[in-house]
Ligand binder design. Structure first.
Ligand code: NDP
Length: 283
C-alpha cells in the first residue's frame, strides 16, 4: 500500500506560508506583490485556469489584474500590453496563458516578457539560469513536484530518477531539478527503446506524457515513488493521470493521485514566484 501524497494539503500549507510572508513583506516595505494574467481568446480550460489564478492571488493577499483579450488580438496589441506591464511598478509577475491563438507568435511573446517578471520561468534567460543552477524562478509544475517530494520527506540524492516526457515546461526542467537535487536522472520520450525496462529502474518515476493510464504496475519497481503529472480527460469527462493508479499503487511506496496531486501545486508555485519577483525588486 503506497502512501498517498496529498497535493491539496501540501498546497494549502505552502499558500498559508506565502500569505504570512506576503503580509510581513508588505508591512516591511509597503509593497504588495502584483500579478498580471493575460488570456487571449475563449478557450474554456484556459479561462478556468485564469479564474483560479485570480482566486489564488486573493487568497494570499496579492494584487492582481487580468486581461481577457479577444481572439482577433494582433501581435502589435499584445506586445504593447506586455511592454506596458513590463514597466508597471505595481506588477511583479506577468503570465500569458498558453496556448495562444495560432496567428500569434508564442515565442516572441515569451521573449518579450521581462525576465524579472517572467513568473512562468519560460524566458530563455530564466531557462539558462535553471540550467546552471543559479535561478530566481522555477517553472511552476516541476517546482511543485519537487515540493511534493521534499515535503513528503523523500530523499532524492543518489536515487535513480526517471522522467518520462521532455517538454520545455515539464520534462526537461523536471530532469534538471532532480539533477540539482543530486538524483541520477534518465529522461525518456516517445523514441525511447524499451520504456518499461527503463521505468522499472526508477526509485523516483515522474510521468509527464499526457496519455491516460499509460504507466501500469508492470512498469514500476516495488517501492518506487511515483509522481503523476498527467492531466487527461476521459470520454466521461473525468480527469485522469498518466498512471494507472489501480495497478501501480500497490507496488509504489508513495504516489500522487489525479486529481489532488501535482495539479494543485502549479498555481501555488506561481504565487511563490510572484512573491520572489516582488522581493527581488527591493533586494
Ligand atoms: P507535451 O505534449 O508537450 O510533451 C509530452 C512528452 O511526452 C513529449 O516529450 C513526448 O515525447 C512524450 N511522450 C508522448 N508519448 C509518449 C510515449 N508513448 N512514451 C514515451 N514518451 C512519450 O506535454 P506536457 O509536457 O506539456 O504535459 C505532459 C502532461 O502533463 C499532460 O498530461 C499535461 O496535461 C500535464 N500537465 C499537467 C500540469 C499540472 O499542473 N499538473 C501542468 C502541465 C502539464 P517526444 O518529445 O518524443 O514527442
Amino acid at each position: 500500500m503506497a502512501k498517498i501524497i496529498d497535493g491539496k494539503a501540501i498546497s494549502a500549507q505552502i499558500r498559508a506560508e506565502i500569505k504570512e510572508e506576503t503580509a510581513a513583506f508588505a508591512k516591511e516595505t509597503g509593497i504588495t506583490p502584483g500579478l498580471a494574467v493575460i488570456i487571449v481568446g475563449t478557450d474554456p480550460a484556459s479561462q478556468v485556469y485564469v479564474r483560479n489564478k485570480r482566486r489564488a492571488c486573493d487568497e494570499v493577499g496579492f494584487y492582481s489584474e487580468s486581461y481577457e483579450l479577444p481572439e482577433e488580438t494582433t501581435m502589435e496589441e499584445l506586445i504593447a500590453l506586455v511592454d506596458k506591464l513590463n514597466g508597471d511598478e505595481k506588477i511583479h509577475g506577468i503570465l500569458c496563458q498558453l496556448p495562444l491563438p495560432k496567428h500569434l507568435d508564442e515565442k516572441e511573446i515569451i521573449n518579450r516578457i521581462s525576465p524579472e517578471k517572467d513568473v512562468d520561468a519560460f524566458h530563455p534567460v530564466n531557462v539558462g539560469k535553471i540550467m546552471i543552477g543559479d535561478y530566481d524562478f522555477l517553472p511552476c509544475t516541476p517546482a511543485g513536484v519537487m515540493q511534493l517530494i521534499k515535503r513528503s520527506g523523500i530523499e532524492v540524492a543518489g536515487k535513480e530518477c526517471v522522467v518520462v516526457g521532455r517538454s520545455n515546461i515539464v520534462g526537461k526542467p523536471q530532469a534538471m531539478l532532480l539533477l540539482h537535487a543530486n538524483g541520477t536522472v534518465t529522461v525518456c520520450h516517445s523514441r525511447t527503446k524499451d520504456l518499461a525496462e527503463v521505468c522499472r529502474r526508477a526509485d523516483i518515476l515522474v510521468a509527464a506524457i499526457g496519455k491516460a493510464d499509460f504507466f501500469t504496475g508492470d512498469m514500476v519497481k516495488e517501492g518506487a515513488v511515483v509522481i503523476d503529472v498527467g492531466m487527461n480527460r476521459r470520454a466521461d469527462g473525468k480527469l485522469t493521470g498518466d498512471v494507472d493508479f489501480a495497478s501501480v499503487e500497490p507496488k509504489a511506496s508513495y504516489i500522487t493521485p489525479v486529481p489532488g496531486g501535482v495539479g494543485p501545486m502549479t498555481i501555488t508555485m506561481l504565487m511563490q514566484n510572484t512573491l520572489t519577483a516582488a522581493k527581488r525588486r527591493v533586494r
